[in-house]
Ligand binder design. Structure first.
Ligand code: GLA
Length: 543
């Protein structure tokens, strides 16, 4: 037995299988998200672009239990989890070449000696979620058993193991791709477990036109590689498709290649462009050996906040000519994220204006440089000398708009990951609170989305009903029953007895007047599952 196997075993628990179908209130979710694209898949997941890690770009077929668990451990200890990276995703090559006698998928026992349910338990104990890979054909791209014709059986297996995310690939299928993918969508829904559905359609079959009804994200391009030209090709294809993306449904220009061979400048450009396009941020490097520079790129909270902006708008091209691009992404609260991108191999000045990026007339605009962490002011012109292959990325806020997120310093990465998981996720420190002196007013909507004997999934929407922005928030409440939170998403949840404290993960720490944030959690109960009613936002009672 390898060194980590005993630890993994000790954490194993029966995977949670939801016994009741999830009842997801689309209207409430649309309220939380600002908007939802027409006919979006109503599984309530990925209201902001998914964030996480996947082994494929760094390891290819050499995935294993130890790689996945060590990476999960590092994500929890390095600041990645706190920054919002919560999915740990296994790609192709995890399977045995044959199904078992009952037709069930079986993990390769050499690579995953404790099985996938044990890995899921390990990852969940760290407060993270586990993703897995399958294919809509007879075999995966690497030749392992595919899910075609086994959709419900495989979805049931994934739910029983505690899987939270499925990447569904496009090899060896019979051409009826849309129907096959929808069969898996329906099979996942029938399990009752919230499982994010990610299509790997490589931009074929105009997947963006039917992606939102089928999945939470869909690949718009072929496979990325760790080169500037590959990254550029995927950017150019994906940036045209903004109209199809929104909360719950995202264009996916493929996983990040940051740390895999491009220059630091090119890595920063990829991160900025992906965030500007509201793309999933799935790190694809060997995190266990990643440099401090790679980690600080992946942990730029200013840029992550643009990606995770709750309005969920994909940025669009304002201009693109001669390798010089201007992109604009409207943000919740009235600011716009602007990227000035120089594709060329020599420095160039790139210019636009506040009006051209869609901002209303104002006496002045604040330009927050999201990489340099500096702030300047302009009457309208937005211009910078941009080095070769680089971006300059600004959050542009018109005078009169209440708040901009405070840049959060990147956490220092931990140099040496260990295999010992922390069974109790450590809550992030509470952000400081400010409403600029105005009275705080808030409303909270708590909805139980799914409930079964002994367990439940809840969604919470916190709206700022006051006149000033809430800059940093914690929400307190008390369970009237004996509920215990086991997993949370989009926030950090700490529980002591019946008393619960929820804190922002950082990317949504500012709640503008009239705006709302949402988070959710899964938990257990024994005698009583009564919804809490008394909520306190930064100590003030909400209605
Ligand atoms: C396809 C996908 C990749 C990866 C491999 C695995 O090429 O597009 O992202 O999943 O299959 O075989």
């Amino acid at each position: 037995m390898e060194p980590g196997a005993a630890i993994a075993k000790s954490l194993r628990h029966p995977a949670a299988v939801l016994a009741a179908a999830a009842v997801l209130l689309l209207a409430a979710l649309a309220l939380a998200a600002g908007r939802t694209p027409a006919q979006a898949l109503s599984n309530g997941l990925a209201l902001t672009p998914p964030m996480g890690w996947n082994d494929w770009n760094a390891y290819g077929c050499n995935v294993s239990e130890s790689v996945v668990e060590q990476t999960a451990q590092y994500m929890a200890s390095s600041g990645m989890k706190a920054a919002g990276y919560d999915y740990v995703n296994i790609d192709d090559c995890w399977l045995k070449p044959q199904r078992d006698a009952s037709g069930n998928l079986v993990a390769d026992p050499t690579k995953f000696p404790d099985g996938i349910a044990a890995v899921a338990a390990y990852v969940h104990a760290l407060g993270l979620k586990l993703g897995i890979y399958e294919d809509d054909g007879t075999a995966t791209c690497a030749g392992f058993p595919g899910s075609l014709g086994h959709e419900q059986q495989d979805a049931n297996t994934f739910a029983a193991w505690g899987i939270d995310y499925l990447k569904y690939d496009n090899c060896n299928n019979n051409g009826n791709i849309e129907q096959s993918d929808q069969a898996m969508r329906d099979a996942l829904a029938a399990t009752g477990r919230p499982i994010l559905f990610s299509l790997s359609e490589w931009g074929q079959n105009n997947v963006w036109t039917w992606g939102a009804q089928t999945a939470n994200m869909w690949r718009t391009t072929g496979d990325i590689s760790a080169s500037f030209s590959s990254m550029l090709a995927n950017f150019h294809a994906n940036v045209q498709l903004a109209q199809y993306a929104g909360p719950g449904a995202w264009n996916d220009p493929d996983m990040l290649e940051i740390g895999n061979g491009m220059t630091t400048t090119q890595d920063e450009s990829e991160f900025s462009l992906w965030a500007e396009m509201a793309a999933p941020l799935i790190a694809g490097t060997n995190l266990r050996t990643a440099s401090a520079t790679t980690m600080s790129t992946l942990l730029n909270q200013n840029v992550i906040a643009v990606d995770q902006d709750p309005l969920g708008k994909q940025g669009t091209e304002v201009s693109s000519s001669g390798g010089l691009d201007v992109l604009a992404k409207p943000l919740q609260g009235g600011a716009v994220a602007v990227v000035l991108f120089n594709e060329n191999n020599s420095a160039a000045t790139i210019s636009t204006t506040a009006a051209a990026v869609g901002l209303p007339a104002a006496a002045s605009y604040t330009l927050s440089d999201l990489w340099a962490n500096t702030t300047t002011s302009t009457a309208g012109p937005i211009s910078a000398n941009v080095p070769a292959n680089a971006v300059v990325m600004y959050r542009v806020t018109p005078a009169g708009v209440a708040s901009t997120p405070t840049p959060t310093p990147s956490p220092t990465p931990t140099a040496t990951p260990t295999r010992t998981p922390s069974p109790t996720p450590t809550p992030s420190p509470s952000p400081t609170s400010s409403t600029g002196g105005a009275a705080l007013a808030c409303t909270v909507t708590y909805s139980t989305q799914s409930q079964w004997a002994g367990g439940f999934v809840a969604n919470v929407i916190v709206a700022n009903a006051g006149t000033a922005g809430v800059n940093g928030w914690t929400l307190g409440f008390t369970f009237p029953g004996d509920q215990k939170v086991t997993t949370a998403w989009n926030a950090t949840v700490a529980q002591s007895g019946a008393s619960v404290t929820v804190a922002s993960l950082g990317y949504d720490s500012v709640i503008s007047p009239g705006a709302s944030i949402s988070f959710g959690f899964q938990g257990t109960w024994n005698a009583s599952d009564v919804a809490p009613t008394s909520f306190r936002l930064n100590g003030t009672a909400c209605t």
